[in-house]
Design a protein around this ligand. Structure first.
Ligand SMILES: Nc1ncnc2c1ncn2[C@@H]1O[C@H](COP(=O)(O)OP(=O)(O)O)[C@@H](O)[C@H]1O
Ligand SMILES: [Mg+2]
Length: 267
């Protein structure tokens, strides 16, 4: 190859790389546009970090926007679907409420009292709770990563459409679903050693006839004194929902003992 040809080849390859980089940049910019209207620079940096770490490969639209967080749909480099939950850092209203679920948890001894500090801890708490739940074999989204106020987990649903919530669909066999659900709650208590604390038809999805429990940021260790009133409330919620579906539910007190592993039998 002559020097001239060599230089030309080199220029071509540089140009190609430049084009590829431009394309990447454009893709990134589009991904940014999806979230930049709502989120601040620090959050965007967190998202960027997860993109550059290849935890997230593609970032798509909003699945659901709630009071505390927005959930986005994304893809990992293998094309597996992701749920990307981003907590707002601007809403200080629920900050006080969050603190009571963090205080006394030995996993979070030193928490920054700034709004941002609390929200980051909250995100980390949901991630760690999902890890406990996963280890126990509870049916829930699998935790993948977190950064700042961003939590990445497996997507429950298909093609960007989330699985319906229990409140949106009546299970085909409510009694069977109830039985499956209380077994999950028992597994959560006895194996993961946590209490959901906000268990209701809003935080349970129905996927292929099976309950999937999610939204575990407020969940507490069973060793925490507050967990006891929360498990009673969770059980009351479940019983009243399935009672309305005409399921012959177990006595709440008996069910609570069984869930805690304090009794073997359920009448
Ligand atoms: N892992 C997931 N896969 C699919 N959809 C999800 C997932 N996590 C959350 N969602 C959707 O986002 C909504 C809000 O999520 P949730 O964790 O309950 O947040 P919030 O704190 O706003 O209640 C859910 O009702 C559900 O539709
Ligand atoms: Mg929820």
């Amino acid at each position: 190859m002559s020097d001239h040809e060599h230089v030309e080849k080199k220029a071509e390859s540089l140009e190609r790389r430049h084009e590829e980089e431009n394309l990447m940049l454009r893709k990134r910019q589009e991904e940014y546009r999806v979230i930049e209207e709502v989120f601040d620079r620090l959050t965007l940096q967190g998202v960027y970090k997860l993109l550059s770490q290849k935890v997230i490969d593609e970032f798509h639209g909003v699945v659901n926007a709630g009071k505390e967080a927005r959930v986005y749909w994304g893809l990992d480099p293998e094309g597996a679907e992701l749920a990307i939950k981003i907590y707002y850092t601007s809403t200080a209203e629920f900050r006080k409420g969050m603190m009571q679920y963090i205080q006394g948890d030995p996993r979070f001894k030193r928490v920054k009292r700034s709004t941002r500090g609390i929200i980051y801890t909250w995100t980390q708490k949901e991630f760690k709770n999902l890890q406990l739940v996963e280890k126990a074999g509870v049916n829930a989204p699998r935790p993948i990563a977190f950064n700042r106020n961003i939590l990445v987990m497996t997507f429950i649903g298909e093609d960007g459409v989330p699985a319906p919530l229990l409140r949106e669909v009546k299970p085909d066999d409510p009694t069977d679903f109830y039985t499956k659900l209380i077994n999950e709650v028992k597994l959560m208590y006895t194996k993961a050693r946590i209490v959901h604390g906000d268990l209701s038809e809003y935080n349970i999805m129905v996927w292929e006839g099976i309950p999937v429990i999610f939204d575990v940021s407020q969940a507490m260790l069973t060793s925490h004194p507050l967990s006891q009133s929360l498990i009673t409330r969770d059980i009351t919620n479940i019983n009243s929902y399935f009672g309305r579906l005409r399921v012959d539910t177990h006595d709440a007190e008996e069910l609570e003992q069984w869930v805690k592993g304090e009794s073997e039998e359920l009448s």
